[in-house]
Design a protein around this ligand. Structure first.
Ligand code: AMP
Ligand code: MN
Ligand code: MN
Length: 359
């Protein structure tokens, strides 16, 4: 670590909206300076987005362990909301660094945000950005607003963990199995276990580096993707049983959707996070390009997941309805009766069609 102080001139000089091409050399240099400039007793707070997924938690905890190897002692990690860590991620190395949001340092020397495209995805923790000496944003959403003092945003990165590893490399942090585990969970989550279009040669090269630390991909995949309580299996059966196919939607590309209420969760005695995997069972529908799962999150509030196989830009739909995301995986918060939420999606789909409808 050098003598520089976080928040110094070189750090704030590159603030502003990220470039579509990804971080510049100046961005990387500013991020390295922000970390290397930390004093030995500096306090660092890491935050990821609400309802954290494998990329959010894996990037954050993997990076946190890398910082610890660098000698940073006062580390906290957190995410917004009252819910605990979803069961599939409770075994992650570094999970002991997690604190409830109310215990998160209000004025850390450095705050680092993971996988969040905007401050609104940080919920009640958004105020930590203003309270921190310096804020650093690591992300891969093209829609990222550049809300940090330093923004490492690479829309071409398959996961935020690609950016996180890029920074760890520039900091000279050697990879170990603990760090690699989080980064690998993040990479497999956002590439759909190396099935999505984002699975470039660079993704496989990064996976090879991570696996070379000795981590076990079979164990990791089973814990993260292939394990759920029997109650969730029954719940999925019920929710999938009411899936609706609308072949004429999205100018004939087709929409398949279903919903789950809080009563469904109570009935099957399941926590809300189990529903995150549901979209993968819905989106396999051959007759629909667009798939949608609507999950009740309040009396008249719904967390909506949207996916496309390539004919529709669902981020356009989500952004138009107050949310965000990637071209083929996006979401938003719907308000009002379920029928209205579905109706708003149905109405927006034709505006987001990318390719000619099927003959
Ligand atoms: P999900 O369907 O929850 O897995 O989310 C898919 C993508 O959509 C994620 O990469 C998020 O960035 C984005 N997303 C989901 N919900 C929201 C929201 N309420 N606001 C902004 N972006 C969202
Ligand atoms: Mn995410
Ligand atoms: Mn991500």
């Amino acid at each position: 670590m050098t003598e520089a102080v976080p928040g110094g001139g070189s750090v704030t000089a590159v603030s502003g909206a990220p470039t579509p091409a990804g971080p510049t050399d100046a961005d990387w240099a500013a991020a390295v300076a922000a970390v290397r400039g930390l004093q030995p007793d500096a306090r660092v707070l890491l935050i990821c987005h609400v309802n954290p997924d494998g990329d959010a938690l894996g990037s954050m905890l993997g990076f946190a362990l890398g910082l610890r190897r660098l000698g940073v002692r006062h580390l906290q990690a957190t995410f917004p909301g009252p819910a605990g860590v979803p069961e599939p991620f409770r075994w992650l190395p570094g999970v002991e660094l997690l604190v409830p949001q109310d215990d998160a340092d209000p004025a850390p020397d450095l705050v680092i945000c993971f996988d969040a495209a905007s401050e609104s995805r940080l919920g009640d923790l958004a105020d930590r950005l203003g309270g921190a000496g310096t804020s650093l944003v690591l992300d891969h959403h093209a829609s990222n607003t550049g809300f940090g003092d330093v923004n490492l945003v690479d829309p071409h990165a398959a996961a935020t963990s690609v950016v996180a590893l890029g920074l760890l490399d520039r900091l000279g942090v050697p990879l170990d199995a603990a760090t690699a585990t989080g980064l690998y969970v993040a990479l497999t989550t956002d590439t759909g276990s190396f099935r999505f279009e984002a699975t470039t040669p660079a993704v496989h090269e990064m996976a090879a580096r991570l696996l070379a630390t000795g981590i076990r991909p079979g164990d990791i995949s089973r814990r993260v993707f292939d394990t759920r309580p029997f109650g969730a299996v029954r719940l999925f059966g019920e929710v999938l049983g009411r899936a609706t196919l609308e072949p004429a939607a999205a100018d004939g590309h087709g929409l398949v959707w279903t919903y789950a209420t809080r009563d469904d969760l109570v009935h099957h005695d399941q926590p809300a996070y189990v529903l995150e995997a549901l979209i993968d069972s819905v989106r396999c529908t051959a007759e629909a390009d667009v798939s949608c799962v609507v999950k009740q999150s309040g009396d008249a509030e719904w967390a909506v997941s949207l996916r496309s196989k390539g004919a529709v830009d669902v981020s356009r739909v989500a952004v138009g309805l107050g949310g965000g995301g990637h071209r083929f995986a996006a979401g938003f918060t719907g308000r009002g009766p379920l029928d209205d939420v579905i109706g708003s999606i149905r109405a927006a789909l034709p505006t987001a069609v990318l390719t000619a409808p099927p003959a």
